[in-house]
Design a protein around this ligand. Structure first.
Ligand code: SF4
Length: 687
């Protein structure tokens, strides 16, 4: 038989850098990877996760048939039986309890079109109970940046980092977590830029820092407030910029009048002179960028800390031009797009608040659904849904989410999900969460479906279907459409493919108005939103002339300081912080099944300082118990100078790490406090 070989350009299914993966396809099967050397995103580079992505497509544990829970375990069912059972259970809950008893967890691993469809299904049924994992990673970016700047997104392209004279990283380990993007930081460094890194761990990002600030977990707000104090005190603010383009400076200045470096030093653990140096390096640079990640957002004070980041950029005028800006670096490949599509309990597509009657009316008309279908109040967030599961929430449909690994205090989540009348999961694998479901539908992976995705710098890219899904697996979007038809909503879900869904998106989300599948296919480099019409080139840099607020001015926020919900004491003397490792990805559902990655990172480790290891009598690689007020997990000791004494670090990719974390929430974003809990360490005396 003649061999037919083609190459198809797809987008990496892991992090939000959005690297291109060129798949080599022979006679309809993926045979390997080619490096996308002409890609403006990754120029052929891939990290270990990207290199290993193909394993997922042919993994022997992939779900290939729907399965339903029976008295004796699982039973496989046909596709029609599975969808009939799903529709029947949803109808029963609707009839008995009404639409507010249903909740949908959608996914940042899905395409824009899939997220749009899932939120539309929830809302067409009459509930805003639809949310996704952004609630657990960057919800505080939306609640922080949105009211201040008008949009909760990165202001500049990642490539712009190479143009900065100073790069200030707060709670971001870009070198390991978004490794391909780190090349632009190295380019800036080679050109003479100063690198400042604030992190409790001396990560590989900090290895190239000119100034490293070993801030204690949960105290970034105090650090940033002290830097703002220094900037005002030493006259480093950009007064013309503030006068022309911002409001609220006096309230901000008053709120940081007492937060001098000598106040912040004992709170943060950062020497006062280094706080001053950091403020001067950032403020005096002709162009400076501030890069933050979950070290800032995943806190009970997450929104306040994001506001402090934005205040710094605005006070110094480091925003609105190339080489400056704010970079809330997203984790999953399409977390930006899922937010844009309204996969949030408080926002319709395009960030129109559900509480706005005009917005509700607009979508009811656009979708052709009866007036009054959309409730006037916000729905439940991920964290609310988990609280209410088995109480006011009777049924949950989870698409590609694995809360039994990713949510805080997971012991409580397990109990809650087990109380549900109906729990349905769509996923690639039988994840820890799927094991609790009543019904599991097998889903297609990234290269098995077509659609658009939006990376962390708002770049919308098309990723085509290259191979068919295995067995009876289907794209999430197709499953949602078929379910909608069975629920009697077919007239609102009449699409002949993801291209048609994107056509609808561009009619209702103004920032996507000029984005079509045809354009995205023609422009492999993608189009950064806002893209306002068919000929608009997209907008790499936001806020060049005006902010996206009503009056065009950015709003400076005065800072308020709250206490940490839990601090070390005699029983729990260590501060526990969590984060990403360099090889695994989020809940590990894919990477813990990838042999090449597991060979290098096979189990949960707990990092601690040599002084702490010696005092506890722990040897490297020894298994120990990590104990918090909420649970106990076993991890192997990794002794490292990279972490401060008194602090221990757990990567969150393995089951149980989040049994230890706190479910205390940020009041604005409802994001949990993942980054600071108290714990103790105990010898494992019996395996
Ligand atoms: Fe994939 Fe991110 Fe690695 Fe690029 S940096 S290959 S997008 S995981």
């Amino acid at each position: 038989m003649k061999t037919l070989t083609t190459t198809a350009r797809t987008v990496c299914p892991y992090c939000a850098v959005g690297c291109h993966l060129d798949l080599v396809v022979e006679n309809g099967r993926v045979r390997g990877l080619d490096y996308a050397v002409n890609s403006p995103v990754n120029a052929g580079r891939l990290c270990a996760r990207g290199h290993a992505a193909l394993e997922i497509l042919t993994h022997p544990e992939r779900l290939t048939r729907p399965r339903q829970r029976a008295a004796y375990g699982w039973t496989t069912v046909s596709w029609n039986e599975a969808l009939d059972a799903a529709a029947e259970n949803i109808q029963r809950i609707l009839s008995s309890h009404g639409p507010q008893a249903l909740a949908f967890l959608t996914t940042a691993k899905g395409t824009n079109e899939e997220n749009y469809l899932i939120q539309k299904l929830a809302r067409t049924l009459g509930t805003h109970n639809v949310d996704h994992c952004a609630r657990l990673c960057h919800a505080s970016t939306l609640t922080g940046l949105g009211p201040m700047l008008g949009m909760g997104a990165a202001t500049n392209p990642l490539s712009d980092l190479a143009r900065s004279h100073c790069l200030f990283f707060v709670g971001s380990n870009l070198a390991e977590n978004h490794p391909v993007a780190f090349r632009w930081v190295q380019e800036a460094k080679d050109a003479g830029a100063k690198i400042v890194v604030a992190d409790p761990r001396r990560t590989p990002t900090a290895w190239i820092a000119d100034l490293y600030l070993p801030v204690r977990p949960g105290t970034d707000l105090a650090l940033l407030a002290a830097m703002l104090h220094v900037i005002f005190r030493d006259g480093l603010q950009n007064s013309p910029f503030m006068a022309q383009r911002t409001s609220g400076v006096e309230a901000l200045r008053a709120s940081v009048s007492r937060t001098d470096p000598s106040w912040a030093a004992p709170i943060t653990g950062v020497p006062a002179r280094d706080i001053v140096r950091a403020a001067h390096l950032y403020a005096k640079a002709p162009r400076a960028a501030l890069i933050y990640c979950m070290g800032v957002t995943q806190h009970a004070l997450g929104t306040e800390t994001v506001r402090a980041c934005a205040d710094l950029a605005l006070v110094t005028g480091h925003i609105g031009t190339q080489g400056t800006g704010l970079y809330p670096v997203r984790g999953q490949d399409n977390v930006q797009g899922a937010c844009d599509m309204g996969a949030l309990s408080g926002f319709l597509p395009g960030y129109r608040p559900v509480t706005d009657p005009q917005a509700r009316r607009f979508f009811e008309e656009a979708w052709g659904i009866p007036k009054g279908t959309l409730p006037a109040a916000s729905g439940l967030t991920v964290t609310d849904i988990e609280q209410e599961a088995g109480k006011s929430i009777r049924g949950v449909i989870a698409v590609g989410e694995n809360p039994l690994v990713t949510s805080p205090n997971t012991g409580r989540i397990r109990e809650a999900l087990q109380r549900l009348d109906f729990f349905m999961v769509m996923d690639l694998f039988l994840t820890e969460t799927a094991e609790l479901a009543h019904l599991v539908l097998p889903a297609a992976a990234w290269a098995e479906k077509s659609g658009s995705r939006t990376n962390t710098d708002r770049r919308v890219q098309w990723s085509p279907q290259v191979v068919p899904p295995p067995g009876q697996a289907h794209p999430d979007g197709q499953m949602v459409i078929e379910l909608a038809h069975r629920l009697g909503l077919g007239r609102y879900f009449s699409y002949d493919g993801p291209e048609a869904v994107l056509e609808e998106i561009r009619r209702v989300v103004p920032t996507y108005a000029g984005i079509t599948a045809q354009r995205l296919r023609a422009h492999h480099e993608g189009i950064p939103w806002p893209c306002l019409d068919d000929t608009h080139p997209g907008t790499p840099v936001l806020y060049e002339n005006r902010f996206a607020t009503e009056d065009g001015r950015a709003r400076l926020y005065p800072l308020e300081f709250g206490a940490l919900p839990e601090v070390p004491d005699a029983n729990y003397p260590y501060c526990l912080t969590t984060g990403r490792g360099k090889l695994h990805y989020n809940s590990g559902a894919m990477t813990r099944r990838t042999t090449s990655l597991m060979a290098r990172a096979p189990h949960l480790v707990v990092e601690l300082h040599p002084e702490d290891a010696e005092r506890e009598g722990f040897r490297p690689e020894e298994p120990v118990w990590v104990v918090s007020r909420r649970g106990t997990v076993k991890a192997r000791v990794h002794v490292t100078q990279a972490i401060r004494p008194g602090i221990v670090f757990l990567p969150f990719h393995f089951p149980d790490a989040n049994r230890l974390t706190q479910d205390v929430l940020d009041p604005w974003a409802k994001i949990p406090e993942y980054k600071s809990a108290s714990c103790r360490l105990e010898k494992v005396t019996r395996e």
